[in-house]
Design a protein around this ligand. Structure first.
Ligand SMILES: [Zn+2]
Ligand SMILES: [Zn+2]
Length: 122
């Protein structure tokens, strides 16, 4: 079996997802996960879309949390818990955004690696 990206190279493994053969370099590009760079890239893109959708809904999520906090602000404990949850949601969103950045970087790296490697083989 040959690598499906680099037809000149012998495959060392088959992708767990699509079953296509990948060479040692392709395996390395996908972090030896057993998944080919194409499938890995696709997985990253799906996660990016999911996180971006969640990010769009954040306005609603935080508004709901604020409403609950105001509703329970007649007790100090309710107010404290509410503020804590709102503070955590900021971190949660920040974390998601960093993850999006990280994933976009990984996608670029995979794309570059596949292109650079392809030229090297020819
Ligand atoms: Zn695959
Ligand atoms: Zn390859």
């Amino acid at each position: 079996m040959k690598c499906f990206i680099h037809g000149a190279k012998e495959a060392v493994a088959a992708c767990k997802k699509c079953g296509k053969g990948m060479c040692s370099n392709c395996s390395a590009y996908s972090g030896h996960t057993g998944i080919c760079p194409e499938c890995r890239k696709e997985g990253f893109l799906i996660e990016i879309i999911r996180l971006k959708d969640k990010d769009k809904e954040w306005g609603k999520v935080v508004a709901k949390r604020w409403c609950l906090t105001i509703l329970f602000s007649w007790t100090i404990i309710g107010l404290i818990i509410g503020i804590c949850i709102i503070n955590t949601s900021k971190e949660e969103r920040e974390k998601d955004r960093k993850r999006i950045e990280f994933l976009q970087g990984e996608v670029l790296k995979l794309e570059n690696a596949m292109i650079a490697h392809g030229e090297g083989v020819i």
